[in-house]
Design a protein around this ligand. Structure first.
Ligand code: ADP
Ligand code: ADP
Ligand code: SF4
Ligand code: SF4
Length: 577
């Protein structure tokens, strides 16, 4: 079976010389395999007669065409196709009562499409995109299966649905207070009492996420969908939300998409991996138990399906040996900063060249204020910093503006270090996004572009605030590698504020830990070794991790379990002795 996808955002017939049509050997031979149909602006490929030579794929200057050959038997499993030469999804996961089912796969592989189908927002067309899809057809096709029974109920509106969308930023456009919003939806707003009197437009991303999840949990429904719950939440909030969702699943169906693997591990009972080719097609693999499913995903290889879909991601049980021979980049005395309502105290410390320092701590505890003091943007109330350093900063929330990615990089070029193309743009695949307007990028693409911009600028310290938001697990690994490499090669240092424990594990050589009372009083210390930093941080949270026997990856212990108690008694919260 041939799958030909034309990315309508990329294809720009006005800017190219129609290379795809010009060079197609079949067109040259007189067969109109690829042509611009009457009344249309962009070309169409007839998949039935295309020979899959791939010439158009290579000739298109905008990389708009993808051609893939798939096994014939998959045809039977086609669930939905977004129009002619559009993305398609094969197979579906099955929601289960009393269980949390997780979807795991890279961005653009069809996770949201699956959630939209199962929530009845998209009626699957089985590939017959030319007419309006009807529920009867899919019910008939899957007759006798649990899935057909499920769709019958969706079609008859016998199942009530609650859906937490991926992007929650739009909630901040709501005019009014949090309590007005909660009242309008008709829920109580449990667990967000402290936010009720605040204006929706003035609250942080983490707070919006909490509201969105709480509202979705409280909505009376039979099935609950959560399309990413972690973005902008700190670890404590992530685990609290995960716990509430687990409780919800006692007698309901729950399905989640989540890229923070420690959270997914804690949250889900079963996992479906989605694989295929990003933007072209996605296949939903069969259900696996959560431990095994995440291990498979990290291994990059699906044994049963015999498919390799990525590099292996590895973890170490023991922290790396410390090598502190490098030169000090910056040192600071004990620092204090007093704002009207907030007070921060940071112990003295030093940061070395080539080092990536993970910065751990809840939201609103003074992490950004500390870095701004290092950068000389905020004057400490007490204490001194030995020299002034130039800081390049990627903020937590990114606002897109109206220009292309290429413009963004060409305009700033004079401020970049010499190796930015080789060390940053290339490994992060930024050039593939050059033609796109920043306003049309997905959340994940915008995140990658912002990280790339930050890392390209000439600076001494790179402060990267929550780089993982909206990135899939693979992209997170890639970003972690690039950050480490730039620091090492350029002899600079990076402070990475992150709440995804697996990301922190991949990227950091040392840790700074902030604790206290968010919004009131914060205390920072470090950089510490990974072992000391993790112990300090997790002790404060009251959480321990054990190691998975097969993959060595850290897994959250159940509070009060034998392992949890044992580890707490010897003070080892994260690494093995
Ligand atoms: P994920 O959630 O895994 O990131 P999505 O389900 O959002 O993936 O998208 C999968 C693919 O489907 C993407 O390549 C996207 O361009 C395409 N797609 C999503 N929605 C539409 C749509 N309404 N029309 C055409 N293509 C779409
Ligand atoms: P984090 O980065 O850990 O989320 P921040 O350093 O951004 O925390 O903020 C810590 C606290 O300091 C917050 O309560 C914030 O409102 C307050 N704060 C930050 N900057 C200022 C300022 N310029 N004036 C007054 N309060 C501030
Ligand atoms: Fe031009 Fe590529 Fe679109 Fe063909 S697919 S019209 S070559 S941009
Ligand atoms: Fe033509 Fe080959 Fe492209 Fe098919 S893959 S449309 S045959 S150039």
């Amino acid at each position: 079976m041939r799958v030909a996808v034309i990315d309508k955002d990329r294809c720009q017939p006005k800017k190219c010389s129609l290379e795809c049509i010009k060079y197609c050997p079949r067109v040259r031979g007189g067969v109109k395999v690829i042509e611009i149909l009457e009344g249309e602006e962009k070309p169409t490929i007839s998949e039935e007669i295309c020979v899959g030579c791939g010439i158009c794929v290579h000739k298109c200057p905008f990389k708009a065409i993808h051609i893939e050959n798939l096994a014939e038997e998959l045809k039977e499993d086609l669930i939905h196709q977004y129009g002619k030469n559009g993305f398609r999804i094969f197979r579906l996961p099955l929601p289960r009562k009393g269980k949390v089912v997780g979807l795991l796969g890279e961005n653009g592989i069809g996770k949201t499409t699956v959630l939209q189908i199962l929530s009845g927002k998209i009626i699957p067309n089985l590939g017959n995109f030319e007419k309006d899809a009807k529920w009867d057809e899919i019910i008939e096709k899957w007759r006798g299966t649990e899935l057909a029974e499920f769709f019958k109920k969706i079609a008859n509106e016998e199942i009530k649905i609650s859906y937490k969308p991926q992007y929650i930023d739009k909630l901040s456009y709501y005019k009014g207070k949090v309590k007005d919003f909660i009242d309008e939806i008709g829920v109580k707003g449990e667990g967000i009492d402290e936010l009720m009197e605040r204006e929706m437009s003035k609250i942080s991303g983490g707070e919006l996420q909490k509201i969105a999840i709480s509202v979705a949990i409280e909505k009376p429904a039979d099935i609950y969908f959560f399309d990413e719950l972690s973005s902008y939440l700190d670890i404590k909030n992530r685990l609290e939300m995960a716990k509430r969702i687990r409780e919800l699943a006692n007698n309901k169906m729950v399905m989640v998409v989540e890229h923070d693997l420690a959270v997914l591990d804690f949250l889900a009972d079963y996992i479906h991996i989605l694989y295929g080719s990003k933007g072209v097609y996605g296949i939903v693999a069969g259900a696996k138990g959560v431990r095994h499913g995440i291990n498979l995903y990290l291994s990059g290889y699906l044994k049963e399906e015999n498919v390799r879909f990525g590099e292996e991601i590895k973890f170490e049980k023991h922290p790396p040996r410390e090598a502190k021979e490098q030169e000090i980049l910056i040192s600071f005395e004990r620092l204090k900063k007093k704002f009207e309502d907030f007070e921060l105290e940071v112990e003295s410390g030093e940061i070395y060249r080539g080092e990536v320092v993970g910065v751990l701590g809840p939201n609103g505890i003074g992490k950004t204020t500390f870095v701004k003091m290092l950068a000389g943007i905020v004057e400490p109330t007490e204490g001194k910093i030995d020299s002034s350093v130039k800081v390049s900063y990627k903020p937590q929330y990114i606002k897109p503006f109206d220009k292309t990615v290429e413009n963004l990089f060409s305009e700033n070029k004079k401020r970049f270090h010499v190796l930015f193309e080789k060390e940053v743009l290339k490994p992060l695949g930024i050039k593939d996004l050059f033609d796109k307007n920043l306003k049309n990028l997905s959340g994940g693409e915008l995140q990658i572009v912002s990280i790339a911009l930050c890392l390209s600028l000439e600076a001494d310290i790179y402060l990267i605030d929550e780089p993982s938001a909206y990135l899939d697990a693979k992209q997170r690994m890639k970003v972690a590698k690039v950050i480490k490499k730039v620091m090492e090669k350029e002899g600079k240092a990076s402070l990475v504020v992150e709440h995804d424990v697996y990301f922190i594990d991949m990227v950091s050589q040392s840790l700074m830990v902030f604790s206290g009372e968010p919004g009131k009083k914060g205390r920072g210390g470090g950089p510490f070794s990974l072992r000391d930093g993790m112990n300090l941080f997790l002790k404060d949270l009251g959480i321990t991790f054990r190691r998975d026997e097969d993959s060595n990856r850290p897994r959250v212990n159940k509070i009060g379990s034998t392992l949890d108690r044992e580890q707490k008694s010897i003070g080892e919260y994260y690494y093995e002795l």
